[in-house]
Design a protein around this ligand. Structure first.
Ligand SMILES: Nc1ncnc2c1ncn2[C@@H]1O[C@H](COP(=O)(O)OP(=O)(O)OP(=O)(O)O)[C@@H](O)[C@H]1O
Ligand SMILES: [Mg+2]
Length: 409
């Protein structure tokens, strides 16, 4: 089995100089794509160890992978890379993104329809109208066994099936059947790996608890990016668009992104757009300030509503201060914060917190305990609330992220 190729490293080099001629709004929108997963390996910051782990599992260990993490952390971008690497190595790759109503049959047929027709060597049904390799599946409700037998009907060496957005599937029977499929494929030693991707903070929450398949599954919990990697996103975007994001702007964006690539793209895009509107090629504090104002409006409106309700439109200073204290506290690689509750006193990030507003956040479902992660670790139930709070603070007078003085021109 040939190894899957690894992605090329992000090319080194500083962002362009101040007198660099920028390439305009179109280039900027190509460089910063907050709403689109990355397809270009050169623009993907970090993720080398996660990519290696998944590739290793799929190519050498014949294992299956569950890739999970919070929304917007880069799961689809990472599996784009896995798929590209697998195709380059000659593997057959089928992908499907689930929706709320997807069931087992629809997911499997969707995956198989995505496989190019030339891979079909032994059809199960004679219907040339069927898309991709769907003719490899029987025309009756599908069973896990049908998936295990699938590689025998295809011509390629090995098959990789990638199921994205699995968290959206409401039907619990579909989860059980996918787990049964993993079991059957593993037991038969079929030339097939399944990669399940979705929003979750635990493997069990995404796939359900199935002790019989634990040995066959490699769980990959996607961490936040480091500040260095967020700055890499900005540097790569800067190179592509011909715009400079000076060091203090990069620091400011990294402080607001907190390792979330979506926020890095959003602020990078809007700050750059504002600079271009001024016909400038160097981003300034004023551009970042404008970007913060726009980003606040673009983050999911439900988050703004939640914040307004919790703080009673800023009237409840106690709750607002608590939310700001949580946002300012240290968060781990997965965006979780530690809470110490001793003798009725609550401490977050070294600060003593009023127990009453803290209890209210819990009762409202705004903060959630991460039972899988260990004792006393919590997270915002809606991770974008953290960024909304940080952007709010930054939009106020004299925020820390904009305090740096502009360099002398
Ligand atoms: N490692 C990375 N380097 C640069 N940009 C990234 C990286 N990972 C993700 N992005 C960017 O971050 C944004 C979110 O990425 P992506 O859609 O892959 O996340 P996701 O975890 O699949 O999100 P969702 O939970 O909504 O499905 C996109 O703009 C994408 O281009
Ligand atoms: Mg995704």
């Amino acid at each position: 089995m040939p190894p899957l190729v690894s992605r090329p490293a992000t090319p080194p080099g500083p962002p362009p100089a101040a007198d660099f001629g920028h390439r305009g709004h179109a280039a900027l929108r190509e460089a910063f794509t907050p709403t689109q997963p990355q397809r270009n390996p050169r623009r993907l910051a970090g993720r080398t160890s996660e990519l290696a782990l998944i590739v290793q599992a799929v190519s050498y260990n014949r294992a299956h992978v569950v890739l999970y993490g919070d929304r917007g952390r880069g799961k689809t971008s990472l599996v784009n890379l896995v798929a590209a690497a697998a195709r380059t190595a000659g593997y057959m790759v089928g992908r499907y993104a689930c929706s709320h109503g997807s069931d087992f049959d629809e997911i499997i047929r969707g995956l198989v329809r995505d496989l190019p027709k030339p891979f079909l060597s032994l059809p199960a049904v004679d219907d040339p109208g069927l898309e991709g390799c769907e003719a490899a599946l029987p025309q009756r409700p599908l069973h896990p066994r049908d998936v295990a037998l699938l590689p025998g009907r295809l011509s390629g060496r090995r098959l990789v099936l990638i199921v994205d957005e699995f968290d959206r599937v409401a039907d619990s029977d579909t989860r059980t059947r996918l787990a049964d499929t993993i079991k059957q494929v593993s037991d038969r030693g079929a030339r097939l790996s399944i990669v399940v991707v979705g929003v979750s903070d635990s493997l069990e929450e995404l796939l359900g608890r199935h002790p019989s398949i634990q040995r066959n599954i490699i769980g990959v919990h996607l961490p936040l990016l480091s500040d260095y990697e967020v700055k890499e996103i900005l540097a790569a975007g800067a190179r592509h668009a011909g715009i400079e994001y000076p060091a203090h702007i990069q620091e400011g964006i990294a402080a607001l992104a907190r390792g979330v690539p979506y926020i890095a793209h959003l602020l990078g895009l809007h700050a750059g757009e504002n600079a271009l509107q001024r016909r400038a090629a160097v981003v300034t504090n004023a551009d970042l300030r404008a970007a913060i104002a726009r980003a606040r409006l673009e983050i999911d409106p439900r988050v703004a509503v939640t914040f307004a309700e919790l703080t009673r439109d800023g009237q409840d200073r106690q709750v607002q201060a608590l939310l700001e204290a949580i946002a300012a506290a240290g968060h781990d690689l997965f965006g979780r914060f530690a809470v110490q509750e001793v003798d009725g006193a609550v401490r977050i990030g070294g600060r003593v917190i009023e127990p009453e507003p803290w209890a209210r956040l819990g009762a409202a479902g705004v903060v959630r305990r991460c039972h899988h992660a260990g004792f006393g670790l919590y997270t915002f139930a809606e991770p974008m609330l953290l960024h909304y709070i940080l952007l709010n603070v930054a939009a106020s007078a004299e925020p820390a992220v904009l305090r740096a003085t502009e360099p002398v021109a």
